[in-house]
Design a protein around this ligand. Structure first.
Ligand SMILES: C[S@@+](CC[C@H](N)C(=O)[O-])C[C@H]1O[C@@H](n2cnc3c(N)ncnc32)[C@H](O)[C@@H]1O
Length: 229
């Protein structure tokens, strides 16, 4: 390996370990009251889960699964699906494991990993890519969001679907509300990436995926669905 490559690997490992540490710091205490508080403002999650057409045997991954709240809903509804969750925060996954056990759901596997760096084989021991992958209020917290979406598409089978639900631009909501929400979200290192929609549009136009994006709740949030072609 030449010095350039060594430097690149070194800075990649440093970035990754700081991403793990940052999320562990953020959720070390929040994980205990995360679900009760977030149900009031992470809007659109249940719509995403309702609209996902899950079939027996489907391999479904949530990237940034947090407390596994979404996976537990899916697991109860579809005991014959194979559900997987990854998260940067091991602390959050500790809470997720306790919740999965308490819910008595048996078809969920959880791993500490980064959205931009997992592989279906190496991370989850699967021999085939996923049927569906979803990001629920995680893409707005992931600075390497482009690489994470590319990585998700690379880990999907052809014809597989990628879903994203997250904060939108709030353009149809009153300006003071927009300002307050942006200020509040910045406290949690959350933001709507201005380049995200153009990037998704470009994916749709390039012929690598078909795209449908729907604004929800006066553009408070959005639901995107990409089908890998
Ligand atoms: C706002 S929470 C959403 C949790 C869950 N998806 C939900 O809908 O309740 C965002 C989650 O993404 C995780 N996360 C942030 N950056 C990540 C990354 N680069 N890779 C994987 N997970 C990440 C955080 O640790 C956190 O658990």
């Amino acid at each position: 390996m030449n010095n350039g490559e060594t430097d690149f690997q070194g800075s990649k490992i440093k970035d990754q370990s700081s991403a793990f540490d940052a999320m562990d710091r953020m959720y070390r205490l929040q994980r205990y009251f995360y679900d009760v508080t977030r149900k009031f403002y992470l809007l659109g999650r249940d719509q995403l889960l309702r609209e996902m057409d899950v079939r027996p045997g489907d391999r479904i991954l949530e990237a940034g699964c947090g407390t596994a709240r979404n996976l537990i809903v899916l697991g109860k509804r579809c005991p014959d699906a194979r559900l997987f969750g990854l998260d940067a925060s091991s602390a959050m996954l500790e809470t997720a494991r306790a919740k999965v056990e308490a819910a008595g759901v048996e078809n969920i596997v959880l791993k500490t990993a980064l959205a931009d760096d997992f592989k279906y084989g190496d991370t989850f021991g699967l021999s085939e890519p996923f049927d569906k992958i979803f990001f629920s209020y995680s893409i707005s917290m992931i600075p390497p969001w482009r690489v994470s979406i590319e990585n998700a598409l690379a880990n999907l089978k052809p014809g597989g679907e990628l879903f994203i639900v997250d904060f939108y631009d709030q353009a149809d909501l009153p300006k003071p509300f927009q300002r307050l929400l942006k200020w509040w979200l910045s406290k949690f290192h959350v933001q709507f990436w201005a380049d995200l929609m153009p990037y998704l549009d470009e994916l749709g136009r390039s012929g690598s995926a078909s795209l449908e994006v729907r604004p929800l709740f006066r553009r408070y949030s959005f639901l995107a669905r990409l089908k890998k072609l």
